[in-house]
Design a protein around this ligand. Structure first.
Ligand code: CP
Length: 346
């Protein structure tokens, strides 16, 4: 790994940053979706499935909870979260890690003017892993970078950074698609619609980066023009020869696709006046238009983009997706601490 300074580092492309997020050739910091390759995605999905199986027995749960019993994790969540916070907390418990948390910056010494760097460095004095969600794009990346130069570097996991990336959500989304299409030829060749606030949705951005690893995938970006997918992501897809189309009508796309990935309009990033969002809601009659083996995903939370009547349809995967999030996060933490081989041998 070539030693470079931060200014040079931030100019690198996503995959070029990967060596700086690894230790001894293994994943260490989890910062952005571009750092994952197909081999890693296959490995983590298989490991999550193995862990799910082990956790079915009392002896298996005891084994898992013995793996990292002496370790501590910090949950540093400066933005609201239910699923990511709780599933990471549950994942830590499954592996025996104890957790500390800061969820309100008013209770941290950042409120006294401590810099973000000093805050995170302080957290690192007490724990072996920091899982962080922050409204600042790029902060997790900067903290991961900083870790490489301090006396006791610990892994940083990005649990959502501004409007930019949510790499562990993308892993659980891939795991959900992987399980859904296990008996239908895999994710390869599938047509996937991403719907809603694509411009400000970090989950759809991270997932789009990962889909390039599955040959034949085609993406339909269904959004109002103001909230269409960013040019940087579209450029990335063109470069990696991933076909995509931008569309305005969810109804027309539904019969064409194998998966519909719904998202919420993210008006915490600013209200968009005068838009008819009902065009981007999954109507109950769309169930008749959707293929029998197609699936509906949503990173959640939802508002009104999927009516509750859809929840009992066997193609609605979003509640399973939540639970998959816990298993994939167990697998991820186990990999970071090199416990994956112990698990696979169990
Ligand atoms: N999908 C997701 O990130 O949900 P939370 O905001 O509840 O963590």
């Amino acid at each position: 790994m070539r030693q470079i300074d931060w200014k040079e580092f931030v100019k690198l492309r996503g995959h070029e940053k990967r060596p700086y997020f690894e230790k001894d050739g293994r994943p260490f910091h989890i910062v952005m979706a571009q750092q994952f390759d197909r081999e890693f995605l296959d490995e983590i999905c298989a490991l999550a499935t193995k862990i799910r199986g082990i956790a079915k027995s009392h002896a298996g749960r005891d084994f898992l909870s013995s793996l990292l019993r002496t370790r501590r994790a910090m949950l540093y969540f400066a933005q609201p979260s239910s699923r990511t916070y709780l599933s990471f907390g549950a994942a830590c418990q499954i592996l025996g890690l104890s957790t500390l948390d800061v969820r309100d910056l008013a209770t941290s010494s950042e409120a006294k003017g401590e810099s973000q760097e000093d805050s995170v460095r302080t957290f690192s004095s007490y724990v072996d892993l920091i899982i962080m969600r922050h409204y600042s794009e790029g902060l997790a990346e900067r903290m991961a970078w900083m870790m490489n130069f301090i006396g006791r570097p610990i892994p940083i996991i990005n649990a959502g950074s501004g409007k930019d990336q949510h790499p562990t959500q993308a892993l659980l989304d891939i795991y959900t698609l992987w399980r859904s299409f296990e008996n239908y030829g895999g994710i390869e060749g599938k047509k996937i619609a991403m719907v809603g606030d694509l411009k400000r949705g970090r989950t759809v951005r991270s997932l789009s980066y990962l889909l390039r690893h599955y040959p034949g995938v085609k993406i339909y970006f269904v959004a109002p023009p103001q909230l269409q997918m960013g040019n940087d992501l579209k450029e990335y897809l063109r470069e990696h020869k991933v076909p995509f189309e931008e569309c305005d009508s969810l109804r027309e796309v539904i019969p064409l696709v194998d998966a519909v990935y719904m998202t919420r309009i993210q008006d915490e990033h600013g209200k968009i006046e005068g838009l008819d969002f009902s065009k981007y809601q999954f109507k109950i009659d769309y169930l008749r238009l959707l293929g029998p083996n197609a699936v509906i995903l949503h990173p959640l939370p939802r508002r009104d983009e999927i009516p509750v009547e859809v929840d009992n349809d066997k193609r609605a995967m979003y509640w399973r997706q939540e639970r998959n999030g816990m298993w994939i996060r167990v697998a991820l933490i186990a990999m970071i601490f090199s416990k994956d081989q112990d698990i696979l041998r169990y």
